[in-house]
Design a protein. Structure first.
Length: 330
C-alpha cells in the first residue's frame, strides 16, 4: 500500500524528462479483418481486410511510450531510403518524437513487421528487414552526432532487437559517454550483444533471454534460482540494477545492494503481449529519471506492461490510463 501511495503522482514525475532512445527502429503495419471462409486454393483462412494502420515499432515504440506518458523522446536509429522509412519518419513527427538523430542507409531496408489481425486474433506476421550490422563509418557518424547533440538527456535507453544497428564498440562508447556526463543508461537486450552492456545502470532481459545467455533452464516461479542467475550475470557483466521480466509471474529485480525484490503480476485478460517489453523499459526509465527507487520503478513498470497486454497489437500506455490504474492500487 505504501509503495502505491508514493506512485500516485507518477505521471507528474515523467513530465519534461528528456530520454534518448538508441536502437533498432521499425515500422509496424496492421491489417485488421474477419475470417469467414477457407481459401479454395489452399487450406488457409481468407482474411477480409476492414482497416489498416501503421505505428512506430521497436525502439520507436519505446520512444512513443515515453511521449505518451508526458516525457520528451529523442530517437536515434537507422532506416532505409525507402517508403517505409518515409512513413516511419512521418509517424514519429506526428507523435512528437524528435528524429534529428535518425539516420538513413541507402544499402538497407527499413525494418517492417506486417501483422494480420483477424477477429481480434493475431493470425500471421510478415517481416521485411536486413539484419546485417551497420558499417563502421555509419556507426561512427551516429555516435559523433550523439556527442555533438546540445540536448541535456535525463537518461539513455539502448534498445536491441538483433537488427544490426547496435554494435559492441558503439554500445561501449555510448555507456562511457553517459558515465562521463552522469547520465543513467538502461539496456533492453536481445541475444547478439547480451554481454556487451557492462557498466550500464539498468539491465532488463526477459527470463527466456537470461536462461539462453546463461545456459540455464530456470522456470518463472523459481525466484531463488532467477536471483542466483542474475547475480552470476552481474559478476560476468557488472551493472547497477537488474530487472528480469518473467511473463505471468511478474518480474524479479536486483537492487544496487544485491537484494532481490519480487514484483508479482496483476491478473489481466491477456490479448496480445506484443510491445509489453517496450512499455516496461520506457516506464522504468522514466521512473528512475524522476527519482524513484528501483522497487517503485519496477512496480509501476510491471503494472504498465500488463495494461498494454490487454490491447491488440503494439500500443503505448497512456498517462491517464496508467494514473487511473495506480489509483485503483492505492
Amino acid at each position: 500500500m505504501t509503495g502505491w501511495l508514493k506512485l500516485a503522482g507518477f505521471p507528474e514525475l515523467c513530465r519534461g524528462k528528456n530520454i534518448l532512445v538508441v536502437g533498432d527502429v521499425m515500422l509496424d503495419k496492421y491489417f485488421f479483418g474477419d475470417v469467414n471462409r477457407i481459401s479454395p486454393e489452399a487450406p488457409v483462412p481468407v482474411v477480409d481486410v476492414r482497416s489498416e494502420d501503421s505505428r512506430p515499432g521497436g525502439a520507436a515504440n519505446v520512444a512513443l511510450n515515453i511521449v505518451s506518458l508526458g516525457g520528451k523522446a529523442f530517437i536515434c536509429g537507422v532506416t532505409g531510403a525507402d517508403d517505409d522509412g518515409t512513413s516511419l519518419r512521418r509517424l514519429l513527427g506526428k507523435s512528437g518524437i524528435d528524429a534529428a538523430l535518425l539516420f538513413e542507409d541507402k544499402d538497407r531496408r527499413t525494418t517492417s513487421k506486417i501483422r494480420i489481425i483477424a477477429t481480434s486474433q493475431h493470425t500471421l506476421r510478415i517481416d521485411r528487414e536486413d539484419r546485417n550490422t551497420i558499417s563502421d563509418e555509419l556507426s561512427r557518424r551516429i555516435f559523433a552526432a550523439i556527442e555533438r547533440s546540445d540536448q541535456k538527456f535525463d537518461a539513455i535507453v539502448l534498445e536491441e532487437y538483433d537488427k544490426g544497428m547496435l554494435r559492441s564498440d558503439f554500445v561501449r562508447r555510448v555507456i562511457e559517454f553517459a558515465r562521463n556526463k552522469n547520465i543513467p543508461v538502461a539496456a533492453d537486450p536481445k541475444l547478439d550483444l547480451f554481454f556487451d552492456y557492462s557498466g550500464c545502470t539498468l539491465f532488463k532481459p526477459n527470463l527466456r533471454e537470461l536462461n539462453f545467455a546463461m545456459h540455464a533452464t530456470c522456470p518463472g516461479n523459481d525466484l531463488a534460482g532467477i536471483a542466483a542467475l542474475a547475480m552470476a550475470l552481474r559478476k560476468k557483466m557488472p551493472h547497477t540494477l537488474t530487472m528480469i521480466t518473467t511473463g505471468e509471474h511478474g518480474m524479479l529485480v536486483i537492487d544496487e545492494n544485491g537484494d532481490s525484490i519480487s514484483i508479482p503480476a496483476h491478473l489481466r485478460k491477456i490479448r496480445d503481449v506484443s510491445g509489453a517489453g517496450d512499455t516496461v523499459i520506457a516506464v522504468a526509465v522514466l521512473a528512475l529519471a524522476g527519482g524513484l527507487k528501483i522497487r517503485e520503478a519496477a512496480m509501476v513498470a510491471n503494472l504498465a506492461g500488463g495494461l498494454v497486454c490487454e490491447e491488440v497489437g503494439v500500443v503505448p500506455v497512456g498517462s491517464e490510463k496508467l494514473a487511473e490504474e495506480i489509483g485503483r492500487m492505492v
